[in-house]
Design a protein around this ligand. Structure first.
Ligand code: NAP
Length: 310
């Protein structure tokens, strides 16, 4: 299909940032397309509980929040196109996004809201046992480990939050961390420390994920004693951070060494007409509230750009 569809603005990604950019663009009267290869919602949709997004004092499930955001965005007229963006071509004042079905989405402004994806550890057994006990998504896979022991690898907000979620399903969760202090927020740490089903293996280097047909444990080495042991686990949930989904704009806009897109305070990238918001952008803190704030700025700035360069 070589069809070309014209929009005022194209948004890549339908996580909280992309959906919010679409909401603002639609509400501002722009013809907006949001391109998403998966279900709208992004990583948030796989988060069991969110208790730090304002307006939900009792907390809200990530799935429900994502659905509400999608509903609100659609209400203001943004179109969500279910497709994989394969290539971006900057042609004069137009940005062309080539989709996997051969069609093209053409607009004068583009907002990149493609988020980030889980980092892998790169240890033996991780790739081989993926889907056989190795997982990057507790909400998706936790139920397979009912009444069994699991390990969570990492010590940040994601690791500790998902350990708390898993503790509600499994017999025991061991959080394996490379230091002797967690990176996660204090409030999350407190809940985890108070949970009798959660144990901590401190200052451990992760050597491998063990198991022949399924995960049976995680081999670690104590950093002080250099002693090796296998921590028994039927599941290994890996939460060692994220990396940006910025391949599509590599070489088109400036990124930092890790691939995060560099923007100014209007969320403008190094190329006129291209904006970035949410987790794909270089910044200090990655939170949903920050992503939606970025997105509102990006959409308003992009609209001003379109008006000034009509
Ligand atoms: P993160 O904050 O980057 O934490 C990654 C964790 O993995 C750290 O504890 C790190 O150890 C560990 N790690 C990294 N590489 C490792 C390796 N090679 N071997 C062993 N351990 C390794 O990632 P995140 O927890 O996914 O959070 C990402 C962002 O999302 C953060 O900004 C976070 O605040 C945000 N987030 C917020 C919430 C919330 O507010 N509820 C929930 C989830 C995520 P060190 O501590 O030693 O560096």
């Amino acid at each position: 299909m070589s069809e070309t569809r014209n929009y005022d603005i194209t948004i890549l990604g339908a996580g909280p940032a992309g959906l919010t950019a679409g909401l603002y663009a639609g509400r501002g009267g722009l013809k907006a397309a949001i391109i998403e290869k998966m279900m709208p919602g992004g990583l948030v949709a796989n988060t069991e509980r969110i208790d730090n997004y304002p307006g939900f004092p009792e907390g809200i499930s990530g799935y429900e929040l994502a659905q509400k955001m999608e509903q609100q965005t659609r209400k203001f007229g943004a179109e969500i196109i279910s497709a994989q963006a394969e290539n971006i071509i900057s042609e004069g004042k137009y940005q062309l996004v080539k989709l996997s079905d051969g069609s093209t989405v053409k607009s004068r402004a583009l907002i990149v809201a493609t988020g980030a994806f889980p980092k892998t550890l790169g240890v033996s057994g991780e790739k081989e046992l993926l889907g056989k006990g190795v997982s990057y998504c507790a909400v998706c896979d936790g139920a397979f480990f009912k009444n069994q022991p699991v390990a969570v690898l990492g010590g940040g907000d994601s690791a500790v939050q998902e350990a708390i979620y898993l503790a509600g399903l499994v017999s025991k969760v061991t959080v394996i961390h490379r230091r002797n202090a967690l990176r996660a927020a204090d409030s999350i740490q407190k809940i985890a420390f108070a949970n009798k089903k959660i144990a901590f293996a401190w200052s451990k280097d992760i050597l491998s994920i063990e198991g022949s047909s399924r995960v049976s444990g995680v081999r670690v080495m104590d950093k002080q004693t250099l002693k090796e042991e296998v921590i028994p686990a039927s599941g290994a949930f890996i939460y060692v951070g994220y990396q940006p989904n910025s391949e599509l704009v590599k070489g088109i806009v400036n990124t930092d060494q890790q691939g995060y897109i560099i923007t100014d305070d209007k969320m403008a990238t190094s190329l006129q007409g291209i904006y970035a918001c949410g987790d794909v952008r270089q910044k200090l803190v990655r939170q949903i509230s920050g992503a939606v704030g970025d997105a509102a700025t990006a959409a308003i700035a992009a609209q001003q750009y379109l008006e000034l360069n009509a």
